[in-house]
Ligand binder design. Structure first.
Ligand code: KIV
Length: 280
C-alpha cells in the first residue's frame, strides 16, 4: 500500500533532489486516480471555482465549498498528502479568522496542510496558523485572488525589482514558519534563486524546472478546462473532446433506439411475464 508522505519526507526529497509531484483534485474520482498513479500531493485548489463552478475567477469561492470538496478528496485518497486552499477572505480579514478557517480544513476535511496566497502581508497569518500546530504552504508570484491588483492573470518577477520583491517575500514566508512555498508564473531563473536560497521545499506552477517539484491543475492537464490555457500548461490529453464525443454518441444511440440493448436490461423470472399479462 502507498505510504502517505510527511513534511519530513518532502524536506528529504528537497535535499536529495527528488522532484515532488503535485496536482489539483476537487472530486472523489479524480483524487482516487491520482492516488493510484502515485501522486505525492493533492491540492484542493480554489481553482475549483473556475473548473467546477464556472466562475470567472477564484474570488467567489467559499470556505464551505472548499471544505466539501476537500472531504471528498480525502475519502478518495487516504494515503496521499492533501493540501486545502484557503479561499478569498478566509484569512485576509483577521488573524483569528485565518486560524479558525485553517482549523476547519483540518477538523472537517482532514487535510494535511493548508495553502494561502501572498507575501509579507500574510506572514502574521502564516505564523499564527503554524503556531496553532498546522502546516502552511505559502504561494507567491501570480496569486489569482489578487489578480485585480496584478492587472490580470499575468506572469510576475519579470523585472529585477519585482523579482527582488518576490525573493524578499519568499524569505519572509519561510521565517514565518511555512513548511513549503509555491511559486506561480515566474521566470525559471527567479524560481531557481528562491529554491536555492530557501531551506524549505519550493514548488513551481509555471516557474520552471529548477524547483523542488511541480504542481499542475488537473483540468488543464486533462484538457477539460476550455476557457483558456496558460503558457505553462502541458495538456497531456483532450479528455474534454472525448467527453463531448461520448455524449454525442449516447444522444444518437438513444434517439435511434440503439440503446439500451438486450444485454443492458433485466429479465423477468421464467413464466412471470405470462402471469402478469393474464392479471392485467
Ligand atoms: O487554486 C489553485 O489551484 C491554485 C493554483 C493556481 C496554484 O492555487
Amino acid at each position: 500500500m502507498k505510504k502517505k508522505l510527511t513534511r519530513f519526507d518532502f524536506q528529504k526529497m528537497k535535499e536529495s533532489g527528488e522532484n515532488v509531484t503535485w496536482i489539483t483534485a476537487y472530486d472523489y474520482s479524480t483524487a482516487m486516480f491520482a492516488e493510484k498513479a502515485g501522486m505525492d500531493m493533492l491540492l484542493v485548489g480554489d481553482s475549483l471555482g473556475m473548473c467546477i463552478y464556472g466562475y470567472e475567477g477564484t474570488v467567489p469561492v467559499t470556505m464551505d465549498q472548499c471544505i466539501a470538496h476537500s472531504e471528498a478528496v480525502r475519502r478518495a485518497a487516504p494515503n496521499t498528502f492533501i493540501v486545502g486552499d484557503m479561499p478569498f477572505l478566509s484569512y485576509q480579514v483577521s488573524i483569528e479568522d485565518a486560524v479558525a478557517n485553517a482549523g476547519r480544513f483540518y477538523k472537517e476535511a482532514g487535510v494535511d496542510a493548508i495553502k494561502l496566497e501572498g507575501g509579507k502581508r500574510v506572514c502574521p497569518q502564516i505564523q499564527a496558523i503554524s503556531d496553532g500546530g498546522m502546516l502552511v504552504i505559502g504561494h507567491i508570484g501570480l496569486t489569482p485572488q489578487s489578480s485585480g491588483q496584478l492587472g490580470g492573470f499575468k506572469a510576475q518577477g519579470l523585472t529585477a525589482e519585482s523579482a527582488a520583491a518576490l525573493i524578499e517575500d519568499a524569505k519572509a514566508i519561510q521565517d514565518a514558519g511555512a513548511f513549503a512555498l509555491l511559486v506561480e508564473a515566474v521566470p525559471p531563473e527567479v524560481c531557481k534563486i528562491i529554491t536555492d536560497l530557501l531551506s524549505i521545499p519550493v514548488y513551481s506552477i509555471g516557474a520552471g524546472v529548477h524547483a523542488d517539484g511541480q504542481l499542475m491543475i488537473c483540468h488543464d492537464v486533462l484538457g477539460i478546462f476550455q476557457a483558456f490555457t496558460p503558457k505553462f500548461v502541458k495538456r497531456y490529453a483532450e479528455i474534454g473532446e472525448q467527453i463531448e464525443s461520448v455524449f454525442k454518441e449516447y444522444v444518437e444511440d438513444v434517439r435511434e433506439s440503439r440503446f439500451p440493448e438486450d444485454k443492458h436490461t433485466y429479465k423477468m423470472l421464467k413464466g412471470e411475464e405470462e402471469k402478469l399479462i393474464k392479471t392485467i
